[in-house]
Design a protein around this ligand. Structure first.
Ligand SMILES: Nc1ncnc2c1ncn2[C@@H]1O[C@H](COP(=O)(O)OP(=O)(O)O)[C@@H](O)[C@H]1O
Ligand SMILES: [Mg+2]
Length: 365
């Protein structure tokens, strides 16, 4: 550890000034807010003129498949990334002809397809729920029969916040699933009777250095994350450590640069990997106040080739999402320890419009 009171001139110059971010949602907004103290400005590309990140950086309004918009976006950038995993891979590939995009198009393409995620986890020896793939009505029936009920059918691509999923209570419901998912290519997974869900967020720098944050216990309702707690109550140390090792292995395998989040189920004292997100993640919002360096700052640092910051926790953190109802925010702020993050979005049922974090003294990790 270097002497904190001694100024190190080697880090006095930040070579990167402008980072482009594909997507202008709340994740982009929080990335820009973390970049600003480092002297780094963010530019966004998003189809929505009222995208939340537009308040804190230059917003180019355009579609992700518009080559002219992509060129305008890429022009003059020092580095680029994305905050939304459904950005078309072709958009990343076009931007990558002008400026380095991290994580890579490969990592993005794996993160867009639940089947490729599961195959990667299995290749690395990480446990996953029993699953089968299906693309036709007949295959839906066979996949349900082979996985058994209860099971959950998910579209392989484009799902988020529980969207694109259908739970089957009996294998005879395969045709309901087919209709519910619009006949899309799907993955059928055994419904896991988990004790709880947790996630691990890691970051890898351009030179391959890796840091992981303390595992996070997550509660979802209706497929939407509601609360995240660190340290994860009830998570045995060995399971959390194993998950951190798995996340490091995934990042190494993908030659990953940036922040990666992996969601796990804890069931019967073991872990099963659910999915990964090749970006900053909602379950890591607590790191803004609850870790020495936030996931947002570390993502910017990684993408810009800067040294990574310490991922240690400062205490016990609880993050509550504010979903749909803005009144919720005022109630939360009644606690003087509460730190509110409001995304500037129009409240709608089921929409994440902000979050609140409370950090208290406690064990760190
Ligand atoms: N196989 C499963 N067994 C039990 N619950 C599941 C299963 N898959 C998903 N879920 C529940 O649904 C939530 C959302 O599913 P997930 O696969 O993470 O999709 P996304 O977050 O992309 O919408 C999970 O966090 C979990 O609560
Ligand atoms: Mg999920």
């Amino acid at each position: 550890m270097s002497d904190p009171l001694r100024f190190n001139p080697r880090v006095a110059t930040i070579p990167f000034k402008r980072v482009g971010i594909l997507g202008g949602g709340q994740l982009g907004r929080m990335l820009a807010l973390a970049a600003h103290p480092l002297g780094i400005q963010c530019r966004f590309l998003d189809p929505a003129p009222d995208a939340p990140a537009g308040d804190v950086g230059e917003l180019i309004v355009g579609e992700f498949d518009d080559p002219t918009a992509l060129d305008r976006f890429a022009h003059g950038l020092d580095a680029a990334t994305f905050e939304f995993e459904n950005v078309p891979v072709a958009a990343v590939e076009q931007v990558a002809r002008t400026v380095t995009v991290s994580p890579s198009a490969l990592a993005l393409s794996v993160g867009q397809d639940r089947a490729r995620e599961k195959a990667l986890f299995q290749e690395l020896g990480i446990g996953v729920p029993r699953y089968r793939l299906a693309a036709t009505l007949e295959e839906y029936g066979r996949a349900a029969a082979e996985v058994g009920a209860p099971c959950v059918a998910k579209t392989r691509r484009m799902g988020y916040d529980g969207k694109g999923q259908h739970v089957l209570r009996s294998i005879a419901e395969a045709d309901h699933a087919w209709r519910a998912l619009g006949g899309a290519p799907a993955i059928f997974e055994a419904f896991v009777d988990f004790s709880f869900e947790f996630s691990v967020i890691g970051v890898r720098g351009v030179k391959g250095e890796i840091r992981t944050y303390a595992p996070i216990r997550n509660v979802h309702q209706g497929g939407i994350l509601r609360t995240s707690t660190v340290p994860a109550p009830g998570l045995p140390q060995a399971l959390g450590d194993a998950a951190r090792v798995h996340v490091a292995a995934i990042m190494e395998r993908l030659n990953y640069v940036g922040v990666l989040a992996v969601e796990f189920f804890a069931a019967d004292g073991t872990l099963l990997a659910n999915e990964m997100a090749p970006r900053v993640h909602n379950s890591g919002h607590w790191t803004i106040e609850g870790a020495v360096t936030s996931q947002f700052e570390n993502h910017i640092r990684a993408v810009c080739g800067l040294p990574l910051g310490d991922t240690s926790s400062r205490g016990t953190s609880v993050m509550h999402n504010i979903v749909g109802d803005p009144l919720n925010a005022a109630v939360r702020l009644a606690d003087p320890r509460a730190k509110l993050h409001w995304y500037g979005k129009e409240p709608r049922p089921g929409r994440k419009v902000g979050h609140v974090t409370i950090v208290t003294e406690g064990p760190t990790g």
